[in-house]
Design a protein around this ligand. Sequence first.
Ligand code: GLN
Length: 537
Amino acid sequence: MKYIFVTGGVVSSLGKGLAAASIGTLLEHRGLKTLMQKFDPYLNVDPGTMSPYQHGEVYVLDDGAETDLDLGHYERFTSGVLSRMNNLTSGQVFDSVIKKERRGEYLGKTVQFIPHVTDEIKLRLHKVTTDNPEVDVLITEIGGTVGDMEGLLFIEALRQFALEVGKENVCFIHVTLLPFIKAAGEIKTKPTQQSVAKLRELGIQPDIIICRTEADLDEDNRKKIAMFCNVEKKNVVAFRDVAHSIYECPLDLRRDKIDRLVVDKIGLGDTPAPALEDWERFVQRVIHPLHKVTIAVAGKYIELQDAYKSIYESLIHAGAHHDTKVHIVRVEAEAIEDHGAAAVIGDVDGILVPGGFGDRGIEGKILAAKYARENKIPYFGICLGMQIATIEFARNVCGLKKANSTEFEKATEHPVICLQEEQKGIEDMGATMRLGSCESIVFAGTKAAELYNGADRIHERHRHRYEFNSDYQEQLTDAGLVISSVSADEGLVEIVEIPDHPFYLGAQFHPEFQSKPNHPHPLFAGFVAAALAKANS
Ligand code: GLN
């Protein structure tokens, strides 16, 4: 196996994850089998317990791992299906070292940062290598910024690892920022020089430097960076601000032939240039769509760019599929409580209520669902959004005025959404939800069956604690709610829908974790199609 390590310098939010994912895209299009992973230096075991304000979206994998949102980019930009082995945090590293120490596995030795902690990090690299013999290139992004104290052990582990597997099998890529100083009218290379100097101090000489720039990178600056960072000029690569879509990133990096530089470094230079026509076609459909729809997303973290990342991306994929620009109106659910759905949401072609936790904004989301149901506006509820649709239906169609979820009102008279027995005694918050992919049955003749193209078995990823309460199933279905999918093992309700409506569907799972640029998720595709029909009507 060959290895690419992507570090970042100068500042965070450089698009390092997108750079790494884009390299994955380009290498895959050269016919190489790639696998991507992220090392995060923070002490949480996983981001599952972090607030979206801290961390943005928690991305869930098939195996139920709650991971960094960069893994979402990886799965969208490459075809690799990732597992919990592909996101390592300092929390996991230390947890494992301390457990080994308690078991006496260090045989009386003093347990130290070096070698024991760094060995633990290298162990993960070796394990992923042996577990995935079919993979040609493993791409590992190191979270944080070089120079952060908490990243030091990861950098040291990579330095050692490169020596052990042979430097010819490793490519170090450093992503930095070239700030443009308006007053001087100049790009500045000094922060890049200093960041690379820091990396070299730690024993790593980057092979390629990716420079994030607003403007183009001229020859003089390339020369300067090459000279002072000790790399060849051709290995100084520009990564410009893309104009329209993150899916342009691989195409932008291709301008300086980054994939060629990488394969030359790791001895895979005999692979053909990437055939990117499919990717380019997708990007063209994203940038120059024929149609347009407006979709309101009514949530609680609406002001955060990253909180519903995969949902926004899935809407883009589905939009491109229908040659449609999806214009997203971000609606603060609490505002609906104050001013009413009609005033806040207004005239849109679809309403989406995403996942969420806690009771802030819940009543506003219920009003949004009611507004969609009554005005025949396409509605798509995801996880919490499905629970919201159920509560709204129970209250306003079934007449169970006090219906609620026990998450929001413990002693509610009508707990249409509640905890399953096995969730009741749980005290630990981390990794204890219903997590990951499970098989569900889709019932023929339903909207869901139509959208899934007649498939009667589906696999979707979950992340929730509360469930549709089966005690209310008969009452709700008698009143017209259709249960169109249940889990294959326990018969838990997975999808609810309402007939006689252009599109009114709630899914207990998270379809947004399985949508890809040229393969939109069928539920998103169906939702956007319904929105488009409304827009055109
Ligand atoms: N809070 C709800 C639950 O735990 C929904 C979770 C979600 O939307 N991801 O069941």
